[in-house]
Write a protein that binds this ligand. Structure first.
Ligand code: SF4
Length: 341
């Protein structure tokens, strides 16, 4: 597979512009010269056509607890067939999957699987769905679309674990095949986005709004990085926006930072900062707030917002569903819980 170009697949969402190509897949809207790649490192101008060089190139395959994505209100307690390729359209200095997200196909030996093969493998593993995860799914959009179409034909669901850096038209098109998204909101200032991720904040917020409008099950993740995006006002502004955008049943995961990649000079997020973020989000009216990478059951448990009954207890990836009726209500007080079972 190394150096093999036969699996390249013509890209969607690009146009010719003054002898070069403009990619309209994500908000970077790269101008790509002949023989060059876009910022994501995987979409290439070859003889005046844009190609996805990673179509079908699957760098990782695993069955994961769906809570690992994290998705806490979408088929809780289940496992999901998870795949990735290489590359990313953001350049986060703290990326925990940088070995694949910042890699390109060149020099790597990554096997090719047809969409049919991936769906067949997922089914034989007994998975109800397929998650595009570990690296940014948008950058192998065409493949996720093709896999999604086939898996839907078998009544399966599809999940994007994404940075939300995608333009509106491709998002609307793929929404027919995507059932759930965990979207990273990596900070709540444009300055943070520009300095730490190489992107901008507003397009991510727009993706969250559009995904919600399209009826996709959305959960948000905010990784709290000491000194960079841990200011209480920033966390409050994010929580208020999440409440206004997703409603009181919006689902927010605050995740604890561990030093990685280019940010190894920073410490882990203090536990008290994590607890404070939880309080702030609850004060702002969000019913479902979780703390990740902390491993404290209290902060991973789903509670009934009305009577306080524990509904889904989580201890790491051990999940116990209690006090939920088959139609997704609190069995103590009857409150409807936002759950896809
Ligand atoms: S998907 Fe890649 S090539 Fe297209 S605009 Fe985004 S970074 Fe640029």
């Amino acid at each position: 597979m190394k150096g093999d170009t036969s699996t390249f697949h013509e890209a969607m969402y690009y146009r010719e512009e003054k002898g070069r190509l403009r990619c309209d897949l994500c908000p970077h809207r790269c101008i790509v010269e002949e023989g060059r790649y876009g910022i994501c490192g995987v979409r290439k101008n070859i003889n005046g056509k844009m190609y996805s060089t990673v179509y079908g190139r699957v760098s990782s395959i695993a069955m994961d607890p769906i809570e690992k994505k994290p998705l806490f209100h979408f088929h809780p307690g289940s496992w999901i067939f998870s795949i990735s390729t290489v590359g990313c359209n953001l350049k986060c200095k703290h990326c925990q999957n940088w070995e694949i997200s910042q890699a390109t196909l060149e020099g790597m030996n990554i096997p090719y699987y047809t969409p049919e093969e991936i769906v067949s493998m997922a089914r034989s593993e007994g998975s109800g769905g397929i998650a595009f995860t570990y690296n940014e799914p948008t950058i192998w959009y065409e493949y996720t679309l093709d896999v999604g179409k086939i898996s839907k034909g078998y009544g399966m669901y599809n999940v994007y674990v994404t940075n939300g850096y995608i333009n509106e038209d491709p998002l609307r098109e793929i929404s027919r095949y995507i059932d759930a998204m965990n979207i990273d909101v990596k900070g709540f200032t444009d300055e943070f986005y520009r300095k730490i991720t190489g992107g901008r904040l507003q397009p991510v917020l727009d993706t969250v709004s559009i995904a919600k409008e399209l009826g996709i099950h959305v959960e948000l993740t905010y990784l709290i990085i000491p000194t960079l995006n841990d200011d209480e006002n920033e966390i409050r502004n994010f929580s208020r926006w999440a409440r206004e955008t997703l409603g009181e049943n919006g689902i927010v995961h605050f995740s604890r930072f561990h030093p990685d990649y280019l940010l190894i000079n920073l410490p882990e997020t203090p536990v008290k900062t994590m607890h404070r973020a939880y309080e702030i989000a609850r004060e702002e009216g969000l019913n479902y707030v979780y703390l990740g990478n902390l491993w404290e059951e209290r902060y991973e448990t789903t509670y009934c917002p009305k009577c306080g009954a524990p509904l889904i207890k989580r201890s790491g990836y051990h999940v116990r569903i209690e006090n939920i009726t088959p139609d997704g209500r609190c069995s103590r007080c009857g409150t409807k819980i936002p759950l896809v079972m």
